[in-house]
Write a protein that binds this ligand. Structure first.
Ligand SMILES: Nc1ncnc2c1ncn2[C@@H]1O[C@H](COP(=O)(O)OP(=O)(O)OP(=O)(O)O)[C@@H](O)[C@H]1O
Length: 330
């Protein structure tokens, strides 16, 4: 029997289903969208889960640092984003390119036109027998869309922007490590990629030289608007960007967002950094190890939904002191 109330419930259900269908997909407006990315390596029958359902969204124009302990999955993620490796499961899109369904030809075009990369080993970035200007013009020549004179003009402009004009006619072994990395940035920018990926680009440099190289990335981001993702162990680099994403055990675990605040009374500017834990699409949250260790939290925790927050307590009797705080604002 159909009653009016059942009718309205069905109509409501239909409405909800339509709304869900019409809802934009996860990361639809992001330049980089990784959705529950999994990468499993199998060596001698042993499986290593390098990425375990990693979610990451990067907007166009961002300069982002990726940090994490050794073995947490940073390079695995970068290799996938660079189109050099394929994920086992999940979804990954960069500038509209689906990294899971690309054929060999599309993958080559993706690596040549959509992404640029700078590696830690300076020798891996440049051809040793070519000068700086020749290294920079080569990707444009291989792409074949820009005329000779325009190629040279773009290469000169990149050398100027990254402050390595004096290295124009030098081969890599005639440049310092920092100069090589700045020329490598120019090479990676030659075909105006949508995304620039850099894996430990300052890892082989001393801190002063590393700072200069980071300044070159910043200039590329500010002047050309290129979206840049840098993997780094260098705390100075991580502190300089607006957004730092930390990876732990193959998942994004927390983010630090930095912004400039102006004191209303004095007009003085200061940098404010705030740390956020990441809630993944399945609702999983990684609590920082130093928090859980401080409270002896292991295996099981108690949760309580309050009006404006969720309380997390160690297993066992809830301490009295937790009560007033969990009650939220009056
Ligand atoms: N080709 C491979 N075959 C087997 N295991 C791999 C392979 N590449 C990476 N791994 C494993 O996957 C995990 C993640 O490695 P990855 O290189 O991504 O870490 P990382 O965070 O970049 O570390 P580091 O900071 O030391 O470079 C590690 O346990 C590593 O041993």
């Amino acid at each position: 029997m159909t009653t009016p109330s059942t009718d309205s419930t069905l109509a409501e259900l239909e409405q909800r289903a339509t709304a869900r269908r019409d809802r934009p997909s996860y990361g639809h407006d992001a330049l980089i969208a990784c959705d529950r990315l999994v990468r499993i390596f199998t060596t001698d029958g042993v499986e290593v889960q390098a990425l375990q359902g990693l979610d990451l969204l990067v907007e166009e124009g961002e300069l982002l640092a990726l940090v994490g302990a050794s073995g947490s999955g940073k390079s695995t993620l970068m290799n996938i984003l660079a189109g050099l490796d394929e994920p086992t499961a999940g979804a990954a899109k960069v500038a509209g390119c689906d990294l899971l369904s690309m054929g060999q030809k599309e993958r080559l075009r993706y690596r040549r036109d959509v992404v640029g990369f700078v590696w830690q080993q300076t020798a891996r970035n440049l051809l040793p027998y070519l000068t700086a200007i020749q290294n920079i013009t080569l990707p444009m020549q291989l792409r074949g869309r820009v005329r000779g004179r325009e190629r040279a003009a773009r290469a000169e402009a990149l050398l100027r922007m990254l402050e390595v004009e004096d290295c124009r006619d030098r081969r890599p072994q005639q440049m310092s490590g920092g100069q090589q990395q700045r020329v490598a940035i120019a090479v990676s920018l030659a075909n105006s990629p949508s995304v620039l990926l850099a894996d430990e680009p300052t890892g082989e440099l001393d801190s002063a030289t590393g700072e200069q190289v980071f300044a070159a990335f910043r200039r590329a981001n500010e002047e050309l608007g290129t979206t840049i993702v840098i993997v780094t162990h260098d705390q100075a680099v991580a502190n300089e960007v607006r957004r730092t994403v930390a990876i732990r055990d193959g998942r994004t675990s927390f983010e630090v967002l930095r912004r400039t605040e102006v004191d209303a009374a004095t007009g003085q500017e200061s940098q404010v950094a705030r740390e956020y834990a990441m809630l993944d699409r399945a609702g999983r949250l990684q609590l920082p190890a130093d928090y859980t260790e401080a409270l002896g939290m292991e295996h099981r925790v108690m949760l309580e939904l309050e009006q404006d927050h969720i309380g997390v307590w160690p297993d066992g009797p809830k301490p009295e002191s937790a009560e007033p705080e969990s009650a939220g604002p009056e």
